[in-house]
Design a protein around this ligand. Structure first.
Ligand code: PBG
Length: 327
Protein backbone atom coordinates (compact mmCIF):
# COMPACT_ATOMS: atom_id res chain seq x y z
CA UNK A 1 0.00 0.00 0.00
CA UNK A 2 1.29 3.47 -0.93
CA UNK A 3 1.55 6.19 1.68
CA UNK A 4 -1.93 7.70 1.84
CA UNK A 5 -1.24 10.43 4.36
CA UNK A 6 -1.61 12.86 1.44
CA UNK A 7 -5.28 12.96 0.56
CA UNK A 8 -6.20 15.98 -1.59
CA UNK A 9 -9.81 14.80 -1.57
CA UNK A 10 -10.14 16.04 2.05
CA UNK A 11 -10.50 19.53 0.61
CA UNK A 12 -13.21 18.43 -1.84
CA UNK A 13 -15.47 16.72 0.71
CA UNK A 14 -18.16 19.36 1.19
CA UNK A 15 -19.41 22.34 -0.82
CA UNK A 16 -18.36 24.69 2.00
CA UNK A 17 -14.79 23.36 2.05
CA UNK A 18 -14.59 23.50 -1.74
CA UNK A 19 -15.78 27.09 -1.64
CA UNK A 20 -13.15 27.94 0.95
CA UNK A 21 -10.27 26.63 -1.14
CA UNK A 22 -11.48 27.74 -4.56
CA UNK A 23 -8.64 29.51 -6.35
CA UNK A 24 -10.73 31.08 -9.08
CA UNK A 25 -14.34 32.07 -9.42
CA UNK A 26 -16.16 34.22 -11.92
CA UNK A 27 -18.23 37.06 -10.49
CA UNK A 28 -20.61 39.53 -12.06
CA UNK A 29 -18.02 42.27 -11.44
CA UNK A 30 -15.70 40.57 -13.95
CA UNK A 31 -18.12 40.58 -16.86
CA UNK A 32 -18.77 43.05 -19.65
CA UNK A 33 -21.87 42.57 -21.82
CA UNK A 34 -21.68 43.27 -25.56
CA UNK A 35 -24.71 45.12 -26.95
CA UNK A 36 -25.71 45.97 -30.52
CA UNK A 37 -27.64 49.08 -31.47
CA UNK A 38 -28.94 49.71 -34.97
CA UNK A 39 -29.90 52.95 -36.64
CA UNK A 40 -33.31 53.28 -38.25
CA UNK A 41 -34.80 50.19 -36.66
CA UNK A 42 -38.47 50.22 -35.65
CA UNK A 43 -38.28 47.24 -33.31
CA UNK A 44 -35.48 45.10 -31.85
CA UNK A 45 -34.34 42.48 -34.33
CA UNK A 46 -33.38 38.95 -33.35
CA UNK A 47 -29.81 37.91 -34.21
CA UNK A 48 -30.17 34.33 -35.42
CA UNK A 49 -26.52 33.44 -34.93
CA UNK A 50 -26.44 34.78 -31.35
CA UNK A 51 -29.49 33.31 -29.61
CA UNK A 52 -30.81 35.67 -26.94
CA UNK A 53 -29.20 38.74 -28.49
CA UNK A 54 -30.71 41.52 -30.58
CA UNK A 55 -29.94 44.45 -32.77
CA UNK A 56 -31.44 47.02 -30.44
CA UNK A 57 -33.36 50.21 -31.00
CA UNK A 58 -32.38 53.07 -28.71
CA UNK A 59 -35.32 52.28 -26.45
CA UNK A 60 -34.70 48.55 -26.26
CA UNK A 61 -30.99 49.26 -25.66
CA UNK A 62 -31.89 51.29 -22.60
CA UNK A 63 -34.25 48.56 -21.40
CA UNK A 64 -31.56 45.91 -21.84
CA UNK A 65 -28.99 48.02 -19.98
CA UNK A 66 -31.48 48.42 -17.18
CA UNK A 67 -32.01 44.66 -17.03
CA UNK A 68 -28.23 44.08 -16.96
CA UNK A 69 -27.79 46.56 -14.12
CA UNK A 70 -30.56 44.83 -12.18
CA UNK A 71 -28.57 41.55 -12.24
CA UNK A 72 -25.25 43.21 -11.39
CA UNK A 73 -23.64 43.70 -14.80
CA UNK A 74 -22.32 47.26 -14.73
CA UNK A 75 -20.22 47.44 -17.91
CA UNK A 76 -21.19 47.18 -21.57
CA UNK A 77 -19.28 47.17 -24.84
CA UNK A 78 -21.27 48.78 -27.63
CA UNK A 79 -21.40 48.09 -31.35
CA UNK A 80 -23.25 50.38 -33.76
CA UNK A 81 -24.96 49.30 -36.96
CA UNK A 82 -25.47 52.29 -39.26
CA UNK A 83 -28.29 52.67 -41.77
CA UNK A 84 -25.83 53.55 -44.53
CA UNK A 85 -22.16 52.73 -45.08
CA UNK A 86 -19.47 54.46 -47.12
CA UNK A 87 -15.81 54.06 -48.02
CA UNK A 88 -14.59 56.21 -45.12
CA UNK A 89 -16.90 54.72 -42.49
CA UNK A 90 -18.27 58.18 -41.73
CA UNK A 91 -20.81 56.90 -39.22
CA UNK A 92 -18.02 55.91 -36.86
CA UNK A 93 -17.14 59.53 -36.14
CA UNK A 94 -20.25 61.56 -37.02
CA UNK A 95 -21.73 63.30 -34.02
CA UNK A 96 -25.10 61.98 -35.15
CA UNK A 97 -23.80 58.46 -35.86
CA UNK A 98 -25.71 55.69 -34.11
CA UNK A 99 -22.97 54.85 -31.63
CA UNK A 100 -22.61 58.46 -30.51
CA UNK A 101 -26.39 58.84 -30.22
CA UNK A 102 -26.57 55.64 -28.18
CA UNK A 103 -23.73 56.73 -25.89
CA UNK A 104 -25.40 60.06 -25.15
CA UNK A 105 -28.66 58.31 -24.39
CA UNK A 106 -27.11 55.70 -22.06
CA UNK A 107 -24.97 58.32 -20.32
CA UNK A 108 -28.05 60.46 -19.73
CA UNK A 109 -30.08 57.52 -18.41
CA UNK A 110 -27.50 55.83 -16.19
CA UNK A 111 -24.66 58.28 -15.52
CA UNK A 112 -21.67 56.70 -13.81
CA UNK A 113 -23.61 53.57 -12.81
CA UNK A 114 -22.91 51.98 -16.19
CA UNK A 115 -19.41 51.78 -17.69
CA UNK A 116 -19.73 52.64 -21.39
CA UNK A 117 -17.16 51.06 -23.69
CA UNK A 118 -17.77 51.66 -27.41
CA UNK A 119 -15.91 49.39 -29.81
CA UNK A 120 -13.78 51.69 -31.94
CA UNK A 121 -13.39 50.43 -35.49
CA UNK A 122 -14.54 51.21 -39.00
CA UNK A 123 -15.73 47.81 -40.21
CA UNK A 124 -19.37 48.23 -39.23
CA UNK A 125 -19.40 51.58 -41.06
CA UNK A 126 -17.42 50.91 -44.25
CA UNK A 127 -19.09 49.66 -47.43
CA UNK A 128 -16.09 47.36 -48.05
CA UNK A 129 -16.18 45.82 -44.57
CA UNK A 130 -12.52 46.35 -43.68
CA UNK A 131 -11.41 47.84 -40.38
CA UNK A 132 -9.62 50.72 -42.07
CA UNK A 133 -9.45 52.89 -45.14
CA UNK A 134 -8.41 51.24 -48.38
CA UNK A 135 -5.43 52.40 -50.42
CA UNK A 136 -5.56 52.41 -54.21
CA UNK A 137 -4.26 48.85 -54.40
CA UNK A 138 -7.00 47.55 -52.09
CA UNK A 139 -4.75 47.15 -49.05
CA UNK A 140 -5.68 48.74 -45.72
CA UNK A 141 -3.84 52.05 -45.29
CA UNK A 142 -2.56 52.00 -41.70
CA UNK A 143 -1.70 55.65 -41.17
CA UNK A 144 -4.70 57.10 -42.98
CA UNK A 145 -6.86 54.85 -40.83
CA UNK A 146 -5.32 56.21 -37.63
CA UNK A 147 -6.70 59.66 -38.46
CA UNK A 148 -10.19 58.16 -38.74
CA UNK A 149 -9.74 56.34 -35.41
CA UNK A 150 -8.71 59.60 -33.77
CA UNK A 151 -11.87 61.30 -34.99
CA UNK A 152 -14.02 58.38 -33.82
CA UNK A 153 -12.34 58.35 -30.39
CA UNK A 154 -12.96 62.05 -29.84
CA UNK A 155 -16.58 61.70 -30.98
CA UNK A 156 -17.15 58.74 -28.65
CA UNK A 157 -15.52 60.54 -25.73
CA UNK A 158 -17.61 63.65 -26.32
CA UNK A 159 -20.72 61.45 -26.35
CA UNK A 160 -19.97 59.92 -22.95
CA UNK A 161 -17.62 56.94 -23.39
CA UNK A 162 -15.72 55.90 -20.25
CA UNK A 163 -13.22 53.82 -22.23
CA UNK A 164 -12.81 53.49 -25.98
CA UNK A 165 -11.94 50.07 -27.35
CA UNK A 166 -9.93 50.13 -30.58
CA UNK A 167 -10.32 46.75 -32.30
CA UNK A 168 -8.81 47.34 -35.74
CA UNK A 169 -5.24 46.12 -35.05
CA UNK A 170 -3.62 49.07 -36.86
CA UNK A 171 -0.03 49.79 -35.82
CA UNK A 172 0.18 52.77 -33.49
CA UNK A 173 -3.57 52.98 -32.90
CA UNK A 174 -3.35 53.25 -29.12
CA UNK A 175 -0.80 56.08 -29.19
CA UNK A 176 -2.68 57.96 -31.90
CA UNK A 177 -5.96 57.70 -30.00
CA UNK A 178 -4.34 58.72 -26.69
CA UNK A 179 -2.89 61.85 -28.32
CA UNK A 180 -6.24 62.73 -29.90
CA UNK A 181 -8.16 62.23 -26.65
CA UNK A 182 -5.67 64.30 -24.65
CA UNK A 183 -5.61 66.97 -27.34
CA UNK A 184 -9.38 67.31 -27.02
CA UNK A 185 -9.23 67.45 -23.23
CA UNK A 186 -10.51 63.91 -22.64
CA UNK A 187 -7.76 62.95 -20.22
CA UNK A 188 -10.12 60.81 -18.15
CA UNK A 189 -11.32 58.64 -21.01
CA UNK A 190 -9.35 55.40 -21.02
CA UNK A 191 -8.35 52.92 -23.70
CA UNK A 192 -9.26 49.25 -23.56
CA UNK A 193 -7.00 47.99 -26.33
CA UNK A 194 -7.74 44.92 -28.39
CA UNK A 195 -3.99 44.24 -28.27
CA UNK A 196 -3.61 40.61 -29.30
CA UNK A 197 -6.50 40.06 -31.66
CA UNK A 198 -6.25 36.98 -33.82
CA UNK A 199 -7.64 36.44 -37.32
CA UNK A 200 -10.16 33.92 -36.01
CA UNK A 201 -12.93 31.88 -37.60
CA UNK A 202 -14.86 32.44 -34.37
CA UNK A 203 -16.04 35.94 -35.34
CA UNK A 204 -18.53 34.57 -37.88
CA UNK A 205 -21.72 35.02 -35.84
CA UNK A 206 -20.66 38.57 -34.93
CA UNK A 207 -20.30 39.58 -38.56
CA UNK A 208 -23.86 38.39 -39.14
CA UNK A 209 -24.94 40.36 -36.09
CA UNK A 210 -23.51 43.62 -37.44
CA UNK A 211 -24.26 42.97 -41.14
CA UNK A 212 -20.60 43.05 -42.13
CA UNK A 213 -19.18 41.17 -45.08
CA UNK A 214 -15.70 41.81 -46.41
CA UNK A 215 -15.48 42.88 -50.03
CA UNK A 216 -14.45 40.17 -52.48
CA UNK A 217 -14.61 37.45 -49.86
CA UNK A 218 -11.50 38.96 -48.24
CA UNK A 219 -10.21 38.45 -44.74
CA UNK A 220 -8.36 40.38 -42.04
CA UNK A 221 -5.09 38.48 -42.06
CA UNK A 222 -3.13 41.55 -43.13
CA UNK A 223 -3.91 43.21 -39.78
CA UNK A 224 -5.17 40.61 -37.30
CA UNK A 225 -2.69 38.05 -35.93
CA UNK A 226 -1.88 34.58 -37.18
CA UNK A 227 -3.42 32.05 -34.74
CA UNK A 228 -0.15 30.14 -34.55
CA UNK A 229 1.85 33.05 -33.16
CA UNK A 230 2.38 33.35 -29.43
CA UNK A 231 5.43 35.62 -28.99
CA UNK A 232 4.01 38.12 -31.44
CA UNK A 233 1.15 38.74 -29.02
CA UNK A 234 3.61 39.87 -26.36
CA UNK A 235 5.13 42.32 -28.80
CA UNK A 236 1.70 43.75 -29.63
CA UNK A 237 0.80 44.02 -25.94
CA UNK A 238 4.12 45.67 -25.02
CA UNK A 239 3.63 48.27 -27.74
CA UNK A 240 0.08 49.03 -26.58
CA UNK A 241 1.16 49.43 -22.96
CA UNK A 242 3.99 51.73 -24.04
CA UNK A 243 1.51 53.75 -26.11
CA UNK A 244 -0.77 54.22 -23.12
CA UNK A 245 -3.30 51.38 -23.07
CA UNK A 246 -5.16 51.32 -19.74
CA UNK A 247 -6.39 47.74 -20.22
CA UNK A 248 -5.03 45.21 -22.73
CA UNK A 249 -7.13 42.47 -24.28
CA UNK A 250 -6.63 39.06 -25.83
CA UNK A 251 -9.23 37.82 -28.30
CA UNK A 252 -10.68 35.19 -28.69
CA UNK A 253 -10.44 33.66 -25.23
CA UNK A 254 -10.61 29.88 -24.85
CA UNK A 255 -8.40 29.04 -27.83
CA UNK A 256 -5.77 31.54 -26.57
CA UNK A 257 -5.44 30.70 -22.87
CA UNK A 258 -1.66 30.41 -23.24
CA UNK A 259 -1.54 33.94 -24.60
CA UNK A 260 -3.71 35.25 -21.75
CA UNK A 261 -1.35 33.58 -19.26
CA UNK A 262 1.73 35.04 -20.95
CA UNK A 263 0.22 38.51 -21.08
CA UNK A 264 -0.94 38.52 -17.47
CA UNK A 265 2.56 37.51 -16.36
CA UNK A 266 4.08 40.36 -18.36
CA UNK A 267 1.98 43.47 -17.75
CA UNK A 268 0.94 45.56 -14.77
CA UNK A 269 -2.29 46.81 -16.31
CA UNK A 270 -5.57 44.86 -16.14
CA UNK A 271 -5.94 42.06 -18.68
CA UNK A 272 -9.22 41.52 -20.51
CA UNK A 273 -10.27 38.59 -22.65
CA UNK A 274 -13.06 38.52 -25.22
CA UNK A 275 -15.11 35.31 -25.20
CA UNK A 276 -16.31 35.91 -28.75
CA UNK A 277 -19.44 35.25 -30.73
CA UNK A 278 -18.35 31.86 -32.06
CA UNK A 279 -17.44 30.68 -28.58
CA UNK A 280 -20.93 31.65 -27.42
CA UNK A 281 -22.78 30.23 -30.41
CA UNK A 282 -21.00 26.86 -30.28
CA UNK A 283 -22.13 26.37 -26.71
CA UNK A 284 -25.66 27.51 -27.51
CA UNK A 285 -25.95 25.21 -30.53
CA UNK A 286 -24.73 22.15 -28.64
CA UNK A 287 -26.98 23.00 -25.70
CA UNK A 288 -30.01 23.30 -27.99
CA UNK A 289 -29.31 19.80 -29.26
CA UNK A 290 -29.08 18.52 -25.72
CA UNK A 291 -25.45 17.51 -26.27
CA UNK A 292 -23.96 19.61 -23.49
CA UNK A 293 -25.20 21.60 -20.51
CA UNK A 294 -24.71 25.09 -21.90
CA UNK A 295 -24.80 26.92 -18.59
CA UNK A 296 -22.27 24.63 -16.93
CA UNK A 297 -20.03 24.76 -20.01
CA UNK A 298 -20.15 28.54 -20.09
CA UNK A 299 -19.24 28.86 -16.41
CA UNK A 300 -16.41 26.35 -16.88
CA UNK A 301 -15.01 28.23 -19.89
CA UNK A 302 -15.19 31.64 -18.21
CA UNK A 303 -13.56 30.19 -15.10
CA UNK A 304 -10.74 28.85 -17.27
CA UNK A 305 -10.27 32.26 -18.85
CA UNK A 306 -9.95 33.84 -15.41
CA UNK A 307 -7.68 31.06 -14.20
CA UNK A 308 -5.39 31.77 -17.17
CA UNK A 309 -5.04 35.35 -15.93
CA UNK A 310 -7.86 37.50 -17.27
CA UNK A 311 -9.17 40.12 -14.85
CA UNK A 312 -12.26 40.88 -16.89
CA UNK A 313 -14.16 39.09 -19.63
CA UNK A 314 -16.33 40.40 -22.44
CA UNK A 315 -18.98 37.75 -22.96
CA UNK A 316 -22.41 37.27 -24.52
CA UNK A 317 -23.20 35.12 -21.46
CA UNK A 318 -22.95 38.07 -19.05
CA UNK A 319 -26.65 38.78 -18.64
CA UNK A 320 -27.68 35.15 -18.67
CA UNK A 321 -25.16 33.93 -16.09
CA UNK A 322 -25.25 36.93 -13.77
CA UNK A 323 -28.20 35.65 -11.70
CA UNK A 324 -26.27 32.48 -10.77
CA UNK A 325 -22.89 34.12 -10.12
CA UNK A 326 -21.59 35.85 -7.00
CA UNK A 327 -21.36 39.61 -7.11
C1 PBG B 1 -14.31 44.68 -35.16
C2 PBG B 1 -14.72 43.65 -34.18
C3 PBG B 1 -15.01 42.32 -34.44
C4 PBG B 1 -15.35 41.75 -33.21
C5 PBG B 1 -15.26 42.74 -32.25
N1 PBG B 1 -14.86 43.91 -32.86
C6 PBG B 1 -15.07 41.59 -35.72
C7 PBG B 1 -13.89 41.35 -36.54
O1 PBG B 1 -12.76 41.62 -36.15
O2 PBG B 1 -14.10 40.87 -37.66
C8 PBG B 1 -15.74 40.30 -33.02
C9 PBG B 1 -16.47 40.00 -31.77
C10 PBG B 1 -17.08 38.64 -31.70
O3 PBG B 1 -16.92 37.78 -32.58
O4 PBG B 1 -17.80 38.42 -30.72
N2 PBG B 1 -15.13 45.84 -35.06
Amino acid sequence: MDDLSHRPRRLRRTPAIRRLVAETSVTTADLVAPLFVAEALAAPKVIDSLPGHFQHTLDSLVAEAERLLSVGITSVVLFGIPATKDAAGSGASDEGGIIQVALRRLAAEFGDALVLIPDLCLDEYTDHGHCGLLAGDGSVDNDATLVRYQAAAVAQAAAGADLVAPSGMMDGQVGAIRRALDGAGHHDVGILAYSAKYASALYGPFRDAVDVSIVGGGDRRAYQQDPGNRREALREVALDVAEGADIVMVKPAVTYLDVIADVSAMVDVPVAAYHVSGEYSMIKAADERGWIDGTATAVEQLTAVKRAGADLILTYFAGELAPILDA
